[in-house]
Design a protein around this ligand. Structure first.
Ligand code: SAH
Ligand code: SF4
Length: 369
């Protein structure tokens, strides 16, 4: 079966053209799926009955299935989604007064192995398809509508999700084709119709792919900096050994020429005693001086087995003030959903973890030590 969630407008038109259908019908289908959030061709009532019957025999509209659906005390909601082969991914809904944000995963696991990241510790399993990526948005909107979630913009006929951040599991630029296909559907007026400013991609700094994104699908960009010199960043974010800071900052400058916003967001995870000293704040100020940017300080979210600790509130505030005194815009990211392990860097696809634990248990029984 062909999954229609995999198709952006170009792919849908090609698929329809091969079956003698006009591009107009492909756009109608996109609209039914992503505006109307339908899950069957039968529901596409403005396509001819014969067309629907022919399509139904070879296509499906299928998002990854839900393994677990948890809601935190603060309303943050996390879906654990099965993508087959013992792999699971997570999508997180973050409700706020003026928006509904979905944090979307791009890979099962991640190969880049940043020292402080739970996803990285899991290793890389595989890239998600475009359908598995856009399927997270499709599913979240459907689930929230079905549950009758209320917000002023929903009353006006818009979807519950108004903003997407590609900040879930995985490095989105390491799965470029599928991520860009999914983002095109997010931006398409026949898709979700989100403005480029409301779709943010976060990267650990794959320089050539930042340039490619600039040319092919510029959206709001967040860059995971986490250290102000190469020696420390080499250890915290190992991809820095391949694309060091100067090259990364130059790519950011090039990106801003085409970006929907006139700045880049730098993310900086606050690790106690590692990157949070007053001296390091000054070093960071000097580093980003020439780049139009906003800094987003992320209190480190611990996970089992990590050796890092979160910087104290007073240390984070002192760091923020040092940046602000130097004229930079620096905010502290509010931690959301930590009681359900839904905060930044805590997503780890726990079906697989459970499977691993089970294997370890079985192993310890059959090979007693
Ligand atoms: N792979 C991409 C996007 C996913 S992570 C990237 O690295 O940018 C989104 C953000 O959460 C990144 O800035 C990442 O460095 C940060 N992060 C990872 N682990 C974290 C943790 N344990 N606590 C807080 N932030 C973390
Ligand atoms: Fe991968 Fe991002 Fe985690 Fe680094 S922080 S291991 S790039 S998901």
């Amino acid at each position: 079966m062909v999954n229609l969630l995999d198709f952006d407008e170009a792919a849908m038109s090609a698929f329809f053209a091969e079956r003698g259908q006009r591009p107009f019908h492909a756009r109608q289908a996109l609209r039914w799926i992503h505006h109307g959030l339908v899950d069957s061709v039968d529901a596409m009532t403005d396509l001819a009955k014969a067309t629907r019957a022919a399509l139904a025999s070879e296509v499906e509209i299928r998002a990854p299935s839900v393994v677990r659906d948890t809601t935190a005390a603060d309303g943050t909601r996390k879906w654990l989604l099965d993508v087959g082969g013992a792999n699971a991914i997570e999508a997180v809904y973050i409700p706020e007064d003026d928006r509904g944000t979905l944090c979307v995963s791009s890979q099962a696991g991640c190969a880049l192995d940043c020292a402080f990241c739970s996803t990285g510790k899991q290793g890389f399993n595989r890239n998600l398809s475009a359908g598995e990526i856009i399927g997270q948005l499709w599913h979240a909107n459907r689930a929230l509508v079905a549950d009758g979630v209320a917000a002023p913009w929903i009353a006006q006929g818009r979807h519950p999700i108004t903003n997407v951040v590609m900040m879930g599991m995985g490095e989105p630029l390491a799965n470029f084709e599928s991520v860009v296909t999914a983002m095109r559907i997010m931006l398409d007026d026949n898709g979700y119709g989100l403005s480029r400013r409301r779709v943010t991609l976060s990267t650990s700094g794959l320089v050539p792919s930042i340039d490619r994104l600039r040319n092919e699908c510029p959206v709001a960009l967040a860059v995971s900096l986490h250290a102000a010199n190469d020696a420390l960043r080499d250890v915290l974010v190992p991809i820095n050994r391949k694309y060091p800071l100067r090259e990364l900052l130059d790519a950011c400058l090039r990106y801003i020429e085409r970006a929907p916003r006139d700045f880049v967001t730098f993310e900086y995870v606050m690790l106690d005693g590692v990157n949070d000293s007053p001296h390091q704040a000054l070093e960071l100020t000097a580093l980003v001086r020439d780049v139009p940017c906003k800094l987003n300080l992320i209190p480190f979210n611990p996970f089992p087995g990590t050796e890092f600790r979160t910087s104290s509130r007073s240390r984070i505030l002192a760091f923020q003030h040092a940046l602000q005194d130097a004229g930079l815009v620096a905010t502290i990211r509010k931690t959301r959903g930590e009681d359900i392990d839904a905060a930044c860097g805590q997503l780890a696809g726990q079906v697989q973890d459970r499977t691993k634990r089970r294997w370890q248990r079985i192993h310890s029984i059959v090979t007693p030590t």
